[in-house]
Design a protein around this ligand. Structure first.
Ligand SMILES: Nc1nc2c(ncn2[C@@H]2O[C@H](COP(=O)(O)OP(=O)(O)OP(=O)(O)O)[C@@H](O)[C@H]2O)c(=O)[nH]1
Ligand SMILES: [Mg+2]
Length: 311
Protein backbone atom coordinates (compact mmCIF):
# COMPACT_ATOMS: atom_id res chain seq x y z
CA UNK A 1 0.00 0.00 0.00
CA UNK A 2 0.92 3.63 -0.06
CA UNK A 3 3.73 5.10 1.96
CA UNK A 4 1.93 8.42 1.93
CA UNK A 5 -0.65 8.84 4.63
CA UNK A 6 -2.51 12.07 4.26
CA UNK A 7 -5.18 11.37 6.79
CA UNK A 8 -3.49 13.71 9.24
CA UNK A 9 -2.93 16.56 6.82
CA UNK A 10 -5.26 19.16 5.42
CA UNK A 11 -4.62 18.63 1.72
CA UNK A 12 -6.06 15.48 0.13
CA UNK A 13 -3.95 12.96 -1.79
CA UNK A 14 -3.77 13.82 -5.46
CA UNK A 15 -3.14 11.52 -8.38
CA UNK A 16 -3.83 11.24 -12.05
CA UNK A 17 -2.80 9.98 -15.45
CA UNK A 18 -0.87 12.05 -17.96
CA UNK A 19 -0.58 10.73 -21.52
CA UNK A 20 2.50 11.82 -23.47
CA UNK A 21 1.70 11.71 -27.18
CA UNK A 22 3.16 13.09 -30.40
CA UNK A 23 4.93 12.27 -33.65
CA UNK A 24 7.76 9.73 -33.68
CA UNK A 25 11.15 10.86 -32.39
CA UNK A 26 10.01 14.11 -30.74
CA UNK A 27 11.38 12.97 -27.37
CA UNK A 28 8.42 11.43 -25.52
CA UNK A 29 10.39 8.58 -23.98
CA UNK A 30 13.24 10.88 -23.03
CA UNK A 31 10.67 13.00 -21.22
CA UNK A 32 9.17 9.98 -19.44
CA UNK A 33 12.61 9.00 -18.17
CA UNK A 34 13.35 12.57 -17.12
CA UNK A 35 10.08 12.86 -15.24
CA UNK A 36 10.39 9.51 -13.48
CA UNK A 37 14.08 9.94 -12.80
CA UNK A 38 14.99 6.48 -14.10
CA UNK A 39 15.55 5.04 -17.53
CA UNK A 40 12.36 3.01 -17.89
CA UNK A 41 11.85 3.68 -21.61
CA UNK A 42 14.33 3.01 -24.37
CA UNK A 43 15.46 6.01 -26.41
CA UNK A 44 17.16 6.04 -29.81
CA UNK A 45 17.70 8.62 -32.56
CA UNK A 46 15.48 6.52 -34.84
CA UNK A 47 11.74 7.15 -35.18
CA UNK A 48 9.27 4.50 -33.97
CA UNK A 49 11.42 3.28 -31.14
CA UNK A 50 8.57 2.88 -28.67
CA UNK A 51 6.07 0.15 -29.57
CA UNK A 52 4.01 -0.16 -26.41
CA UNK A 53 2.31 2.06 -23.96
CA UNK A 54 4.72 2.38 -21.08
CA UNK A 55 3.87 3.61 -17.65
CA UNK A 56 6.14 5.63 -15.38
CA UNK A 57 5.26 6.87 -11.92
CA UNK A 58 6.49 10.06 -10.31
CA UNK A 59 5.93 10.20 -6.59
CA UNK A 60 5.80 13.40 -4.60
CA UNK A 61 4.75 14.28 -1.07
CA UNK A 62 0.97 14.15 -1.14
CA UNK A 63 0.47 12.50 -4.49
CA UNK A 64 1.65 10.75 -7.62
CA UNK A 65 1.57 11.35 -11.35
CA UNK A 66 1.26 8.33 -13.61
CA UNK A 67 2.79 9.16 -16.98
CA UNK A 68 1.95 7.12 -20.07
CA UNK A 69 4.56 7.08 -22.82
CA UNK A 70 3.15 6.04 -26.19
CA UNK A 71 4.38 5.03 -29.66
CA UNK A 72 4.86 7.91 -32.09
CA UNK A 73 1.75 8.79 -34.08
CA UNK A 74 2.30 8.38 -37.81
CA UNK A 75 0.44 7.16 -40.85
CA UNK A 76 -0.01 3.43 -40.54
CA UNK A 77 -1.59 0.72 -42.57
CA UNK A 78 -1.91 -2.67 -40.96
CA UNK A 79 0.41 -4.85 -38.95
CA UNK A 80 2.77 -3.65 -36.27
CA UNK A 81 2.48 0.01 -37.27
CA UNK A 82 -1.25 -0.05 -36.87
CA UNK A 83 -0.95 -1.68 -33.46
CA UNK A 84 1.42 1.14 -32.45
CA UNK A 85 -0.88 3.85 -33.75
CA UNK A 86 -3.94 2.35 -32.05
CA UNK A 87 -2.00 2.01 -28.79
CA UNK A 88 -1.03 5.67 -28.85
CA UNK A 89 -4.47 6.97 -29.71
CA UNK A 90 -6.19 4.74 -27.13
CA UNK A 91 -4.06 6.23 -24.35
CA UNK A 92 -5.85 9.56 -24.72
CA UNK A 93 -8.99 8.08 -23.20
CA UNK A 94 -7.10 7.16 -20.00
CA UNK A 95 -5.67 10.62 -19.43
CA UNK A 96 -6.62 13.27 -16.91
CA UNK A 97 -4.29 15.49 -18.87
CA UNK A 98 -2.58 15.09 -22.26
CA UNK A 99 0.86 16.36 -23.17
CA UNK A 100 1.11 16.85 -26.92
CA UNK A 101 4.81 16.93 -27.63
CA UNK A 102 6.32 18.54 -30.71
CA UNK A 103 9.95 19.17 -31.49
CA UNK A 104 11.93 22.13 -32.72
CA UNK A 105 15.33 22.31 -34.31
CA UNK A 106 16.83 23.22 -37.63
CA UNK A 107 14.21 22.62 -40.29
CA UNK A 108 11.33 22.28 -37.88
CA UNK A 109 10.27 25.90 -37.56
CA UNK A 110 8.88 26.01 -41.08
CA UNK A 111 7.05 22.72 -40.92
CA UNK A 112 3.32 22.54 -41.34
CA UNK A 113 1.48 23.26 -38.11
CA UNK A 114 -0.15 21.09 -36.92
CA UNK A 115 0.44 18.54 -39.73
CA UNK A 116 -1.67 15.43 -40.34
CA UNK A 117 -0.66 13.31 -37.35
CA UNK A 118 -0.90 16.13 -34.82
CA UNK A 119 -4.26 17.19 -36.26
CA UNK A 120 -5.49 13.67 -35.72
CA UNK A 121 -4.26 13.76 -32.12
CA UNK A 122 -5.83 17.16 -31.49
CA UNK A 123 -9.16 15.98 -32.88
CA UNK A 124 -9.08 13.01 -30.51
CA UNK A 125 -8.17 15.26 -27.57
CA UNK A 126 -11.05 17.60 -28.42
CA UNK A 127 -13.51 14.74 -28.94
CA UNK A 128 -12.58 13.25 -25.56
CA UNK A 129 -12.76 16.70 -23.94
CA UNK A 130 -9.32 16.35 -22.35
CA UNK A 131 -7.22 19.24 -21.09
CA UNK A 132 -3.93 19.46 -22.96
CA UNK A 133 -0.50 21.02 -22.58
CA UNK A 134 1.63 21.68 -25.62
CA UNK A 135 5.22 20.67 -24.97
CA UNK A 136 7.77 22.12 -27.32
CA UNK A 137 10.81 19.91 -26.95
CA UNK A 138 14.48 20.20 -27.93
CA UNK A 139 14.64 23.94 -27.29
CA UNK A 140 18.37 23.45 -26.73
CA UNK A 141 18.63 23.24 -30.51
CA UNK A 142 17.15 26.65 -31.34
CA UNK A 143 17.50 30.32 -30.66
CA UNK A 144 14.94 31.20 -27.98
CA UNK A 145 13.70 34.13 -30.05
CA UNK A 146 12.38 31.72 -32.64
CA UNK A 147 10.06 30.12 -30.12
CA UNK A 148 7.50 32.88 -29.70
CA UNK A 149 6.18 32.92 -33.28
CA UNK A 150 6.23 29.12 -33.25
CA UNK A 151 4.12 29.02 -30.09
CA UNK A 152 1.67 31.51 -31.63
CA UNK A 153 1.18 29.28 -34.65
CA UNK A 154 0.36 26.38 -32.36
CA UNK A 155 -1.95 28.42 -30.17
CA UNK A 156 -3.95 29.24 -33.28
CA UNK A 157 -4.75 25.58 -33.98
CA UNK A 158 -5.86 24.45 -30.53
CA UNK A 159 -6.71 26.10 -27.24
CA UNK A 160 -4.01 24.46 -25.17
CA UNK A 161 -4.41 24.89 -21.43
CA UNK A 162 -0.72 25.72 -21.17
CA UNK A 163 2.40 25.71 -23.35
CA UNK A 164 5.84 24.62 -22.13
CA UNK A 165 9.10 24.94 -24.02
CA UNK A 166 11.35 22.20 -22.64
CA UNK A 167 14.46 20.22 -23.25
CA UNK A 168 13.68 16.70 -22.12
CA UNK A 169 17.28 15.66 -22.57
CA UNK A 170 18.79 18.34 -20.38
CA UNK A 171 15.68 18.42 -18.15
CA UNK A 172 15.30 22.11 -18.81
CA UNK A 173 11.76 23.21 -17.90
CA UNK A 174 10.68 19.90 -16.42
CA UNK A 175 10.20 21.12 -12.86
CA UNK A 176 7.94 23.96 -14.04
CA UNK A 177 5.99 21.43 -16.07
CA UNK A 178 5.61 19.09 -13.11
CA UNK A 179 4.43 21.91 -10.85
CA UNK A 180 1.75 22.94 -13.37
CA UNK A 181 0.72 19.30 -13.76
CA UNK A 182 0.46 18.72 -10.02
CA UNK A 183 -1.72 21.82 -9.77
CA UNK A 184 -4.22 20.17 -12.12
CA UNK A 185 -4.28 16.70 -10.59
CA UNK A 186 -7.60 15.60 -9.22
CA UNK A 187 -8.01 14.18 -5.76
CA UNK A 188 -7.38 10.47 -6.12
CA UNK A 189 -5.95 7.27 -4.72
CA UNK A 190 -2.39 6.05 -4.68
CA UNK A 191 -2.38 3.77 -7.73
CA UNK A 192 1.17 2.50 -7.17
CA UNK A 193 3.21 2.07 -4.01
CA UNK A 194 6.10 4.40 -3.30
CA UNK A 195 8.70 1.96 -4.68
CA UNK A 196 7.03 1.40 -8.02
CA UNK A 197 8.18 3.39 -11.02
CA UNK A 198 6.69 1.26 -13.80
CA UNK A 199 4.15 -1.51 -14.29
CA UNK A 200 6.43 -3.44 -16.61
CA UNK A 201 8.27 -6.59 -15.57
CA UNK A 202 12.03 -7.05 -15.53
CA UNK A 203 11.61 -9.43 -18.45
CA UNK A 204 9.96 -6.72 -20.51
CA UNK A 205 12.63 -4.17 -19.62
CA UNK A 206 15.38 -6.66 -20.46
CA UNK A 207 13.81 -7.32 -23.87
CA UNK A 208 13.55 -3.58 -24.48
CA UNK A 209 17.23 -3.08 -23.67
CA UNK A 210 18.18 -5.69 -26.29
CA UNK A 211 15.82 -4.05 -28.77
CA UNK A 212 17.34 -0.63 -28.08
CA UNK A 213 20.77 -1.99 -28.99
CA UNK A 214 19.42 -3.53 -32.19
CA UNK A 215 17.93 -0.17 -33.15
CA UNK A 216 21.29 1.48 -32.59
CA UNK A 217 23.34 -1.21 -34.37
CA UNK A 218 21.27 -1.90 -37.47
CA UNK A 219 20.21 0.26 -40.35
CA UNK A 220 17.42 0.66 -42.87
CA UNK A 221 14.50 -1.71 -42.39
CA UNK A 222 16.31 -4.17 -40.09
CA UNK A 223 15.46 -2.51 -36.74
CA UNK A 224 11.81 -2.42 -37.77
CA UNK A 225 11.84 -6.14 -38.50
CA UNK A 226 13.13 -7.07 -35.06
CA UNK A 227 11.31 -8.29 -32.00
CA UNK A 228 13.00 -9.58 -28.87
CA UNK A 229 11.70 -12.42 -26.75
CA UNK A 230 13.10 -13.36 -23.35
CA UNK A 231 13.36 -17.15 -23.19
CA UNK A 232 14.84 -17.40 -19.74
CA UNK A 233 15.17 -15.02 -16.83
CA UNK A 234 16.70 -16.71 -13.83
CA UNK A 235 17.98 -15.38 -10.55
CA UNK A 236 21.21 -17.08 -9.47
CA UNK A 237 22.89 -17.04 -6.06
CA UNK A 238 19.68 -15.96 -4.32
CA UNK A 239 19.15 -13.14 -6.75
CA UNK A 240 22.70 -11.79 -6.68
CA UNK A 241 23.13 -12.50 -10.40
CA UNK A 242 20.74 -12.84 -13.31
CA UNK A 243 20.94 -15.30 -16.15
CA UNK A 244 19.01 -14.12 -19.18
CA UNK A 245 18.49 -15.83 -22.54
CA UNK A 246 16.81 -13.94 -25.34
CA UNK A 247 15.93 -14.49 -28.98
CA UNK A 248 16.21 -11.75 -31.56
CA UNK A 249 13.47 -12.37 -34.09
CA UNK A 250 13.82 -11.12 -37.65
CA UNK A 251 11.29 -11.44 -40.43
CA UNK A 252 13.40 -12.45 -43.43
CA UNK A 253 16.11 -15.07 -43.95
CA UNK A 254 18.34 -12.37 -45.42
CA UNK A 255 18.27 -10.46 -42.12
CA UNK A 256 19.65 -13.30 -40.04
CA UNK A 257 23.25 -13.05 -41.30
CA UNK A 258 23.11 -9.28 -40.74
CA UNK A 259 22.24 -9.74 -37.08
CA UNK A 260 24.74 -12.56 -36.57
CA UNK A 261 27.54 -10.82 -38.44
CA UNK A 262 30.79 -12.24 -39.74
CA UNK A 263 31.87 -15.05 -37.46
CA UNK A 264 29.19 -14.01 -34.98
CA UNK A 265 30.87 -10.65 -34.36
CA UNK A 266 27.73 -8.55 -34.55
CA UNK A 267 25.56 -10.56 -32.22
CA UNK A 268 28.46 -10.71 -29.79
CA UNK A 269 28.69 -6.92 -29.81
CA UNK A 270 24.93 -6.66 -29.39
CA UNK A 271 25.04 -8.99 -26.42
CA UNK A 272 27.91 -7.08 -24.81
CA UNK A 273 26.16 -3.74 -25.14
CA UNK A 274 22.84 -5.06 -23.87
CA UNK A 275 24.44 -6.89 -20.96
CA UNK A 276 26.30 -3.78 -19.82
CA UNK A 277 23.09 -1.77 -19.79
CA UNK A 278 21.22 -4.52 -17.98
CA UNK A 279 23.86 -4.62 -15.28
CA UNK A 280 23.47 -0.89 -14.70
CA UNK A 281 19.70 -1.12 -14.74
CA UNK A 282 19.35 -4.24 -12.57
CA UNK A 283 22.31 -3.30 -10.36
CA UNK A 284 23.86 -6.77 -10.47
CA UNK A 285 25.95 -8.96 -12.76
CA UNK A 286 24.06 -10.38 -15.72
CA UNK A 287 24.88 -13.31 -17.97
CA UNK A 288 23.18 -12.83 -21.33
CA UNK A 289 22.78 -15.38 -24.11
CA UNK A 290 21.37 -14.31 -27.45
CA UNK A 291 19.85 -16.33 -30.27
CA UNK A 292 18.51 -15.31 -33.66
CA UNK A 293 15.41 -16.72 -35.30
CA UNK A 294 13.40 -15.96 -38.41
CA UNK A 295 9.64 -15.59 -38.07
CA UNK A 296 8.61 -14.92 -41.61
CA UNK A 297 6.84 -11.58 -42.13
CA UNK A 298 5.84 -11.36 -38.44
CA UNK A 299 5.18 -7.60 -38.57
CA UNK A 300 2.24 -8.31 -40.88
CA UNK A 301 1.01 -11.56 -39.37
CA UNK A 302 -1.78 -11.06 -36.81
CA UNK A 303 -1.04 -14.33 -35.06
CA UNK A 304 2.68 -13.70 -34.78
CA UNK A 305 2.02 -10.14 -33.61
CA UNK A 306 -0.24 -11.38 -30.84
CA UNK A 307 2.29 -14.02 -29.84
CA UNK A 308 4.97 -11.38 -29.56
CA UNK A 309 2.84 -9.18 -27.35
CA UNK A 310 1.63 -6.72 -29.95
CA UNK A 311 -2.07 -7.13 -29.31
N1 LIG B 1 18.71 17.89 -28.65
C1 LIG B 1 17.76 17.22 -28.01
N2 LIG B 1 17.50 15.93 -28.34
C2 LIG B 1 16.54 15.30 -27.67
C3 LIG B 1 15.79 15.92 -26.64
N3 LIG B 1 14.89 15.02 -26.17
C4 LIG B 1 15.08 13.89 -26.88
N4 LIG B 1 16.07 14.04 -27.78
C5 LIG B 1 16.59 13.04 -28.74
O1 LIG B 1 15.59 12.75 -29.69
C6 LIG B 1 15.69 11.38 -30.12
C7 LIG B 1 14.35 10.69 -29.93
O2 LIG B 1 14.07 10.60 -28.55
P1 LIG B 1 12.95 9.60 -27.98
O3 LIG B 1 12.75 9.95 -26.56
O4 LIG B 1 13.29 8.20 -28.32
O5 LIG B 1 11.70 10.07 -28.86
P2 LIG B 1 10.24 9.44 -28.88
O6 LIG B 1 9.28 10.56 -29.11
O7 LIG B 1 10.00 8.60 -27.69
O8 LIG B 1 10.33 8.55 -30.19
P3 LIG B 1 9.40 7.28 -30.61
O9 LIG B 1 9.39 6.32 -29.49
O10 LIG B 1 10.11 6.76 -31.80
O11 LIG B 1 8.06 7.85 -30.94
C8 LIG B 1 16.80 10.77 -29.28
O12 LIG B 1 17.97 10.78 -30.05
C9 LIG B 1 16.91 11.70 -28.09
O13 LIG B 1 18.19 11.70 -27.51
C10 LIG B 1 16.09 17.26 -26.29
O14 LIG B 1 15.53 17.88 -25.41
N5 LIG B 1 17.09 17.86 -27.02
MG1 LIG C 1 9.59 6.62 -27.52
Amino acid sequence: MTSHDDSQTASPYRSGFVTIIGRPNVGKSTLLNGLVGERVAIVTPKPQTTRHRLLGVRHFAGGQIVFLDTPGVHKARGGLNEYMLDTAMAAIADADLVYLMVEVGPGFMNKDVPGDSNRRILEAIAAAGKPAFLLINKIDLVDKRELLPFIERWRAVHSFDEVFPVSAESRDGLETLVAATVARLPQGPSFYDGETITDRTMRFLAAEIVREKTMLLFRDEVPYSIAVVIDEFRELDSGERFHIAATVIVERESQKPIVVGKGGQTIKKLGEQARKDMEVFFERPVGLKLFVKVKKDWTNDPRALAELGYK
